[in-house]
Ligand binder design. Structure first.
Ligand code: EPU
Length: 336
């Protein structure tokens, strides 16, 4: 186990904020994690588990312990004629995992290429993009429950997956489970999802296979989303809001062109990017933070933003959307 003191989190948050934590504890295996969970000093102060920090907003220095899993590795644990089951360490880089699946001809995650983050967070956030969600391939999640130190294996239904939601994200469970491994079930006979956005267009007359789908998704992401290595950001800052049918019908009278996606008979999902753009907020700034011109669901650090600047801009966006559309936007990013 590595424990660092007074440690800069600059490389551990994609907003590129140079904040410090009192302690940074990184465990490389389950034995180290079990030791940490028995440590009374650890539990006597504030603590928070992070992945690659691609969904975090530090409002200032952290006076406690930031915990990170360095459990790596991808192991094939089962195979049939049609499927493989891969057990991946929570600290494995997400896109390296997707690339590994694609290279081996195992389908299911190719539409989730180039998403920043790690395998552990993929199972918490239920990451989703271009018509696919992690939950569609998750078989099991292995996690330790902090209150008892016991290990529990969650089946897919026990993870309670929904759009950008899971058991692990619920208020009552948040931060209480540390994931060590995720078992993904991939298909040897992939079914391609090409209908979201312009994946089909991007592939054009080329052959459709796992690699070309992956490359199309990478190209689309690069054209729309800022590269966190160059411009600090956390991808979508808000989740797309779901509103009731009556609310939607009343908005539709005023905004007939408003895009919408039915969730069920009673609920409709509205793209937050559209709401932000149609509130004139594209390019809006607060201190060093700004609404990204090419995709207004993203807030960027122009270089010298503080966590507070980013939070202030997010608050202003929420206020404007509430006043104009009577919709409460919820941040997808965790404030710490
Ligand atoms: N739109 C605008 N203006 C824009 C951009 C988009 O009005 O400048 C509207 C359009 O109507 C468009 C709609 O928003 O059709 C949806 O846009 P897009 O397809 O870019 O997707 P999104 O709903 O904004 C979600 C995910 C992204 C993911 C994309 C692609 C959430 C919160 N975000 O964004 O995830 O990459 O779909 O599947 O669901 C992330 O989580 O960090 C992330 C980038």
């Amino acid at each position: 186990m590595q424990i660092k003191q007074n440690y800069s989190l600059l490389k551990h948050n994609t907003f590129g904020l140079d904040v410090k934590t009192k302690y940074f504890a990184e465990y490389a295996n389950e034995a180290d994690l079990q030791k940490l969970l028995r440590d009374e000093y650890f539990f006597s102060q504030p603590f928070w588990h992070i992945g690659q920090g691609s969904n975090l907003l530090f409002l200032g220095d952290f006076d406690g312990v930031i915990v990170h899993s360095a459990i790596q590795g991808i192991e094939k644990i089962k195979e049939t004629a049609g499927f493989v089951w891969l057990k991946a360490g929570a600290g494995t880089d997400w896109d390296s995992f997707v690339a590994h699946c694609v290279q081996n001809g195992w389908g299911g995650l190719e539409n989730l290429s180039l998403i920043p983050g790690e395998v552990g967070s993929s199972a918490v956030q239920n990451i989703g993009a271009y018509g696919a969600e992690a939950a569609g391939c998750i078989e099991e999640v292995h996690a330790y429950f902090l209150e008892t130190g016991e290990k529990k294996i969650f089946s897919n239904p026990e993870c309670e997956y929904a759009y950008r939601d899971s058991f692990f994200k619920k208020q009552e469970n948040r931060g209480k489970y540390y994931i060590t491994h995720v078992v993904y079930k991939l298909s040897k006979k992939p079914e391609y999802k090409l209908d979201y956005g312009n994946i089909r267009e991007q592939i054009g007359a080329g052959t459709v296979n796992l690699e070309t789908v992956r490359q199309a998704v990478i190209a689309i992401r690069k054209s729309k989303l800022p590269d966190p290595k160059k411009t600090g950001n956390a991808g979508s800052f808000f989740v797309n809001p779901c509103i009731g049918m009556e609310h939607y019908e009343s908005l539709k009278k005023r905004y007939p062109g408003m895009p919408h996606y039915p969730v069920n008979e009673k609920t409709v999902k509205i793209p937050a990017a559209w709401l932000i753009e149609h509130s004139g907020l594209k390019g809006k700034t607060a201190g060093g933070a700004s609404v990204y011109e090419k995709q207004p669901l993203v807030i960027i650090n122009q270089g010298n933003a503080s966590g507070r600047d980013i939070a202030d801009l997010a608050a202003e966006i929420c206020k404007t959307i509430k006043e104009k559309f009577f919709i409460d936007l919820q941040p997808e990013v965790n404030y710490i």
